[in-house]
Structures are given as structure tokens and as C-alpha cells.
Design a protein around this ligand. Structure first.
Ligand SMILES: CC(=O)N[C@H]1[C@@H](OP(=O)(O)OP(=O)(O)OC[C@H]2O[C@@H](n3ccc(=O)[nH]c3=O)[C@H](O)[C@@H]2O)O[C@H](CO)[C@@H](O)[C@@H]1O[C@H](C)C(=O)N[C@@H](C)C(=O)N[C@H](CCC(=O)O)C(=O)O
Ligand SMILES: Nc1ncnc2c1ncn2[C@@H]1O[C@H](COP(=O)(O)OP(=O)(O)OP(=O)(O)O)[C@@H](O)[C@H]1O
Ligand SMILES: N[C@H](CCC[C@H](N)C(=O)O)C(=O)O
Ligand SMILES: [Mg+2]
Length: 486
């Protein structure tokens, strides 16, 4: 139990009604989660305004409220704290409530359009292998030194986030590696956290439904670096067009990595094949298990961050060379008849292009590439035609299908995708809304040696249709079909 007055440090409030001398049992920002003794934080959302639920929250037992506007009438003895930005206040309050766990860990955040999960997961695996106790916050799962806690978001809400960090401190963790999504930055989910380092992977098209323009998407990512403390490192991708922009206004220690440009940490690809990558990394040749140019960037970012965290260079390289990537990222299996199936989480135009160009680079001859791909419903519509265009131009056959239609009509999402395909490539594209049927068809088309790419769902174990998450697993489907091939 904490007193409201104990958790106000750093909260810029404009008015306090009450004494703040009340015991808080929990911090809640959804009235439906209120328990007696809660502090209710009213947030203005994209669908509704949390301020409209203050009265309900108080009825259900909230004893203090943080808000931007006072409600017209509320009955009951409640403390009110007025702030200019409730979401920002929530971050600080949550950190204070859990006794600022990020100050008792070395916390490293990874941001960028693609590669966050891969980089954060590799860092987590690497530092555990080097003998440290660690935590991980990622799209696939959260982990407290080996204990798995399912994740609901790429970056959890501030209360869940600080609770997880507090669990890590309790377990004696030295490090936490976390993904920092652009939504999380814009919604102040990371407010009040103390970072030891920040890593930027790349910036390409995604989430324009939420950020509206590429420029405001870029600004959201940059804010993360703008707010890093002087004691932290800020590591950027020198080969990305916006890599240097990210570090323009940071107080942190600036460092860079790159395969092409001048950078503090450099690598060169010597071999890139299904078996893995041979890199010349800071003048040493090392084989890694991960595949593809994009993973050369991820590995280099991890290597650089580990050195910035003062780890021994050769121990880092030995350990990194043994590691596999994150679940559902370029995972492949081979059928008895030698058809290769790859499950990958590519869900942006750039990721689709990267994964397909990697397949082209590493295939041995003229094996055909068959891509099964869909686009998420209730998400950025403008990436749909571009993803389909890229898939059609880089594959011998494309099956357009569904990927979490959510509340949208699957055939309509597919139509949005079809609109991006050049007439010259239409011939080798078919549309099958049922993802299971689409995968089955791809397997029927495939000849020995051909490569099937199932894009977009990666580790996901569901298909979200109208708010219901029906069990669906691309790898499971592929294994099922491959059993039938001989
Ligand atoms: C677009 C978006 O980010 N939405 C998030 C946002 O919801 P919202 O603003 O729409 O909330 P709202 O429904 O309008 O409600 C406003 C407020 O009123 C409250 N409320 C609402 C109803 C009620 O009865 N009582 C009540 O108190 C709500 O709890 C909320 O505090 O705030 C909610 C609470 O924090 C989040 O759960 C929700 O995430 C939704 C589920 C989501 O899908 N987010 C995705 C897009 C997301 O965040 N993705 C990123 C990264 C993706 C990537 O990896 O590339 C992530 O970090 O996972
Ligand atoms: N460094 C990279 N550059 C470009 N594409 C990448 C990179 N790393 C991975 N990818 C591609 O992007 C997909 C998603 O990778 P990953 O899950 O690591 O990214 P993420 O940033 O965590 O995505 P999300 O925004 O969904 O959390 C991979 O399956 C792969 O196709
Ligand atoms: N974290 C990303 C993942 C998208 C994955 C894809 N399977 C989809 O549902 O669109 C998002 O929420 O935009
Ligand atoms: Mg991720």
C-alpha cells in the first residue's frame, strides 16, 4: 500500500482537491478494472474519453482521481488531482508506485519499424548466456529470467510495464531488454522510466493509420532518443536514412553501426545462405545461425550494444554465434519432397521486400518462390497495396489471403491489396480468403526445391476475426501439409 502523496514526485499537477493523504491500493486507467482504494486515471482515448467514466470509477471504489478536466458532479469523498496530460502523469505515477524499478536495472529500449523483437530477444538470450539475470519485454512474450509471462502488446501499458520491471528487480535481474513501439512513445507508456541505452533499427512505412504522416511517425520514434539521459548510450543504424536524425537532439552518448556507411561498429557479409550468415564483424570472421542481410543488421546492433554495456568482445561473439532468433522470424522447415517452408512475421512493405530478397539471394538455382500473404484489418490501410505489389514482384506465385481481419471484411482487405498489383504481375496472383486453404494451395503448387513463404503472422497463434481470437498457427499448418508430401 502506498499513499497518494508518496507517488506524486515528478507529476506536474495544476490543482489538488483533497489532502493526497490517502492509501492507494492500485493504479487503474480503465473504470472496469477499479477495485476499492484505486487511484483512477482518466485518459482521453481514440474511441472514448476516460473522463466520462470518473463517476462510475468512484461508485466502484476509486478514492482518488487524476484528470485533465473536473467532472460536472461527483458524489463521494474523493481526492482530485488536475494535470495537463493524464497519460504522461500515469507513466510517472506507475513508476513511483512500483518504486522506480527501472533505476535498479540496466534497461535498454529498442525502437524502429522492423527488428525490435529480434534485437531485444537476441540481447536477452546473449546476456543470459553470459551469466546475467535478465528480463525481456517483447511482442512475442515477456520473460522474467526464464519465467514466461504472455504479452498483450509490443510495449505494455505503464502499470503492467512497471509491475513487470518490479518483478525483475525482485528476482535480482541485472538487465532488461524491451521493445519500445511508436504507440508506446506517443501514449507516454515509457514516461518515468530510466534507460541505460536506446537502439534504433530502421524506419519505413507502418502505422500511418495512427500517426497519420511519416513525419509524425518519425517524430514519435525520435522523442525516445530526445528523452534519454546523458548517462545512456544512443545507438543508431548509420545506413538508415533517418538514423542520424534520431540522435540529433539526444543528450545520450551517440554511437552508430552499419554495413555500408562509416560507423563506430561495422560488419561485412561474406556468406549469406540457408545455413546462416558469415560476417566479418569488426575485423573478425564469425558464422551466425540467423539468415539474411536484415539479420546482419540485427546481429551488429546486438554486438554493438553488448560492447557498450562493457561486455567482453570474444565472449560476446562466441555466444552470439550459437544463438537462434525469435520465434516466427524466418523459421523454416523442409518437407520430405524437399519443398522449403518459411514462416516469417514480415508485415510491412520493407520487411516483405527484405525477406523476399533474402530468399532470392540464398536460393541455389531457379527454385520457385510462392508467397502467402495478407494484411491486418483495423490497421494502416495504405500499406496494403504496397505489400501486395512487393510480394507480386518478388515471387513466382502469390496467394493473397487473410491476416487478422479484426472487424473488417476479408474480401475487402484483399481488394485493397489487389489494387497495388501491376497488371503484368496479376497473372501469377490468386486470392483465397481462408488462410488455411491458401496455405494448402501453396503446398499443392510447390514442386521439389520450391520455397513457400508464409508472411505476416510469425509467432501468432490466432486469427483475430471480429474480436475473437481463433486458434491458428502458420507453422502448425505447414507441418500438417508437409506430412502429406512425399
Ligand atoms: C490505438 C491504440 O493504441 N489503442 C490503445 C488505447 O486505446 P484507446 O485510446 O482507443 O482507448 P479507448 O477505448 O478510447 O478508451 C479511452 C480510455 O477510457 C477508458 N475506459 C473505456 C471504457 C470504459 O468503460 N471505461 C474506461 O475507463 C479506457 O481504459 C482508456 O483508458 O489505449 C488502450 C489502453 O492503454 C490500449 O489497450 C489500446 O491498445 C489497443 C488494444 C491496440 O491494439 N493497440 C495497438 C495498435 C498497439 O498499441 N500496438 C503497439 C505496437 C504495434 C507494433 O508492434 O508494431 C504495441 O505497443 O503493441
Ligand atoms: N533489421 C531489420 N530490417 C528490416 N526488416 C527486418 C529486420 N529485422 C527483421 N525484419 C523483418 O521484419 C519482421 C519482423 O521482425 P521483428 O519481429 O524483429 O520486428 P518488430 O520491430 O519487433 O515488429 P513489431 O513492430 O511487430 O513489434 C521479420 O519477420 C523480418 O521479416
Ligand atoms: N504489432 C503489429 C503486428 C501486425 C501483425 C499482423 N499479423 C497484423 O495483425 O496486422 C500491429 O499491431 O500492427
Ligand atoms: Mg516486435
Amino acid at each position: 500500500m502506498r499513499y497518494l502523496s508518496d507517488i506524486l514526485e515528478g507529476v506536474a499537477f495544476t490543482e489538488l482537491q483533497g489532502s493526497a493523504d490517502v492509501e492507494i491500493s492500485a493504479i487503474v486507467f480503465d473504470s472496469r478494472q477499479v477495485v476499492p482504494g484505486s487511484l483512477f486515471v482518466a485518459l482521453k482515448g481514440t474511441l472514448v474519453d476516460g473522463h466520462d467514466y470518473i463517476e462510475q470509477a468512484v461508485k466502484d471504489g476509486a478514492i482518488a482521481v487524476i484528470c485533465e478536466e473536473l467532472p460536472a458532479h461527483v458524489t463521494g469523498e474523493v481526492d482530485f488531482l488536475m494535470v495537463n496530460n493524464s497519460a504522461k502523469a500515469l507513466g510517472t505515477l506507475a513508476a513511483n508506485f512500483y518504486e522506480n524499478p527501472s533505476s535498479n536495472l540496466k534497461l535498454v529500449g529498442v525502437t524502429g519499424t522492423n527488428g525490435k523483437t529480434t534485437i531485444a530477444t537476441l540481447l536477452y538470450k546473449l546476456f543470459r548466456d553470459l551469466g546475467y539475470k535478465c528480463g525481456l519485454l517483447s511482442t512475442v512474450e515477456n520473460q522474467v529470467n526464464g519465467r514466461v509471462i504472455p504479452s498483450t502488446h509490443t510495449t505494455p501499458d505503464p502499470v503492467a510495464l512497471n509491475k513487470l520491471l518490479a518483478d525483475m528487480v525482485e528476482e535480482g535481474c541485472d538487465y532488461c531488454f524491451m521493445e519500445v513501439s511508436s504507440h508506446a512513445i506517443a501514449q507516454y507508456r515509457i514516461e518515468g522510466l530510466k534507460f541505460s541505452g536506446g537502439i534504433f533499427s530502421n524506419l519505413t512505412h507502418d502505422h500511418l493509420d495512427y500517426h497519420k504522416t511519416f513525419d509524425s511517425y518519425l517524430k514519435a520514434k525520435k522523442t525516445f532518443f530526445d528523452n534519454l539521459p546523458k548517462s545512456a548510450f544512443a545507438l543508431t543504424n548509420a545506413d538508415d536514412k533517418n538514423g542520424n536524425v534520431m540522435l540529433q537532439n539526444t543528450a545520450a552518448h551517440k554511437k552508430s553501426y552499419g554495413l555500408k556507411s562509416m560507423a563506430d561498429y561495422r560488419a561485412r557479409i561474406i556468406e549469406n545462405q540457408f545455413g546462416g550468415l558469415l560476417l566479418n564483424i569488426d575485423n573478425e570472421e564469425v558464422w551466425f545461425k540467423l539468415v539474411g542481410t536484415f539479420n546482419a543488421y540485427n546481429l551488429l546492433a546486438v554486438y554493438a550494444a553488448a560492447l557498450l554495456l562493457e561486455q567482453d568482445r570474444s565472449k560476446v561473439l562466441i555466444s552470439l554465434s550459437k544463438l537462434t532468433g525469435a520465434e516466427g522470424r524466418f523459421e523454416y522447415i523442409v518437407a520430405p519432397n524437399k519443398v522449403i517452408g518459411i514462416v516469417d512475421y514480415a508485415h510491412t512493405p520493407d520487411a516483405v521486400q527484405n525477406v523476399l530478397s533474402t530468399i532470392h539471394d540464398i536460393r541455389k538455382g531457379k527454385e520457385k518462390v510462392i508467397t502467402v500473404i495478407g494484411c491486418g484489418g483495423d490497421r494502416d490501410k495504405t500499406k496494403r497495396p504496397v505489400m501486395a505489389k512487393v510480394a507480386s514482384e518478388w515471387s513466382d506465385k502469390v496467394i493473397l489471403t487473410s491476416d487478422n481481419p479484426r472487424t473488417e471484411d476479408p474480401p475487402q482487405i484483399i481488394k485493397d491489396m489487389e489494387a497495388g498489383i501491376d497488371p503484368a504481375f496479376k497473372r501469377h496472383c490468386v486470392s483465397i480468403a481462408d488462410r488455411r486453404e491458401a496455405i494448402k494451395t501453396a503446398c499443392m503448387f510447390a514442386q521439389p526445391g520450391d520455397i513457400i513463404l508464409l508472411a505476416g503472422k510469425g509467432h501468432e497463434k490466432y486469427q483475430d476475426i471480429n474480436g475473437v481470437k481463433n486458434h491458428f498457427d502458420d507453422m502448425e499448418e505447414l507441418l500438417e501439409q508437409f506430412k502429406l508430401m512425399s
